[in-house]
Ligand binder design. Structure first.
Ligand SMILES: [Zn+2]
Length: 383
């Protein structure tokens, strides 16, 4: 059972996301294998995805200039229902039960960990470290501001929700496991997983923005440089991924593999040979040939023509060679992306054959192919 990789409609959505938390939710929301990676660490990603759906609704209302009070209430309510008093020692009961002593308040909240009442929530949402309440209030009170500013408030809420849920997870883990090594390991891994996926998804977001013309306009030289940089970054991701067995899952392996192959296909090796300087050399030779004939240096003119013909043939041959390699690389890429799964041995054999004709094939491609075939490390192992 393989899960489809993301398609153009996802790319378009990704390109339009406003921040990395949103981009991450978009990606994880589309791939149940990634959700399982979070589940393995004990992080309730479904709470974040649910909050994300309400945040989406708020965003689209902001874009249309509609009121957002109602979905904001819903967002707060859904957060309140999963909240626990981890660090409050009964502080949230300050107004409602002033007659209780500190120890009694503490005992009361420990006996009723969740869900907390709306009154108790008011204290928790405004806890200084979280900024959640502050950001939500900013958007609530911004009805006179323009939509771009309000969307910036939305960005801040989106990040604050993510941070609050991570905070909740950390507190819970600490409570469950105490200050043991295991507890820190789990938190550290969640952080690593978030960071790794964040980087991958922001990089893809940047690419998607260029793809749909939402990014900065760039001339062809900068485009070429960006594609090369893209390619190098993608290979870096793959290396990091191979070092994290607990983050490995077939879906992500295929995703990175397709990414690497796409990045390679985007760089056209033939264009490097026929690039800017080569064009000016040819132009100079043509001018030289014309001048040589005009002034009667026939042999020099003929030598110039011979040079041009040879260069043209060489260019043609190189293009043919790369075109063949490019076609086989495209086929390999399509097979990896396909739902039915792929035969790693067969693909490795084909890539080895074309390796000599393609200047960019990194060895990591083979490692990913072997991993994707399930022969190396599996997603169950915890390294
Ligand atoms: Zn409390």
């Amino acid at each position: 059972m393989t899960q489809p990789l993301l398609d153009d409609s996802y790319d378009y959505y990704l390109a339009r996301t406003r921040n990395t938390s949103e981009a991450l939710r978009t990606m994880v929301g589309n791939a149940s294998e990634l959700q399982r990676l979070y589940d393995n660490l004990g992080y309730g990603i479904e709470s974040e995805l649910k909050a994300g759906r309400i945040l989406d609704q708020i965003k689209s209302r902001l874009e249309k200039g509609e009121p957002v009070t109602e979905p904001l209430d819903e967002l707060e309510d859904s957060l309140r229902k999963i909240w626990s008093h981890f660090t409050c020692r009964g502080c949230c009961l300050g107004h409602s039960l002033p007659e209780l002593g500190d120890a009694e308040k503490k005992a009361f909240v420990e006996a009723n960990p969740s869900p907390i009442s709306e009154e108790q929530w008011r204290w928790h949402r405004n806890e200084s470290d979280l900024y959640l309440g502050v950001e939500i209030d900013r958007l609530r009170n911004s009805s006179n501001e323009d939509s771009e500013t309000r969307l910036k408030h939305w960005d801040e809420i989106s990040k604050a929700v993510h941070n609050a849920l991570v905070w909740l997870f950390e507190q819970r883990t600490q409570k469950e496991l105490g200050s043991t090594e295991e507890c820190w390991r789990r938190q550290g891994r969640l952080e690593e997983l978030n960071e790794f996926l964040n980087e991958v998804v922001s990089h893809d977001r940047n690419r998607a923005r260029h793809k749909f013309g939402l990014g900065k306009k760039e001339n062809s030289l900068f485009r070429e440089l960006r594609l090369k940089e893209d390619y190098e970054i993608t290979v870096e991701f793959a290396k990091e991924y191979l070092e994290r067995p607990w983050a490995q899952t077939p879906w992500l392996t295929r995703y990175l593999l397709v990414d690497i192959l796409d990045a390679q296909l985007a760089i056209n090796p033939a264009s490097e040979l026929g690039g800017g300087r080569s064009f000016w050399i040819s132009a100079a030779v043509v001018a030289g040939v014309v001048l040589a004939f005009l002034f009667g240096f026939k042999w020099i003119g003929l030598a110039g023509i011979a040079y041009l013909v040879l260069k043209w043939f060489l260019g043609f041959w190189v293009r043919c060679k790369f075109a063949r390699a490019q076609t086989s690389l495209q086929l390999v890429r399509d097979e990896v992306a396909e739902l039915s799964g792929f035969d790693a041995d067969e693909l490795i054999r084909r890539l080895r054959q074309m390796e000599a004709q393609w200047p960019y094939l990194p060895s990591i491609t083979y490692s990913l192919l072997r991993l994707g075939s399930g022969r190396a490390v599996t997603s169950e192992s915890t390294g």
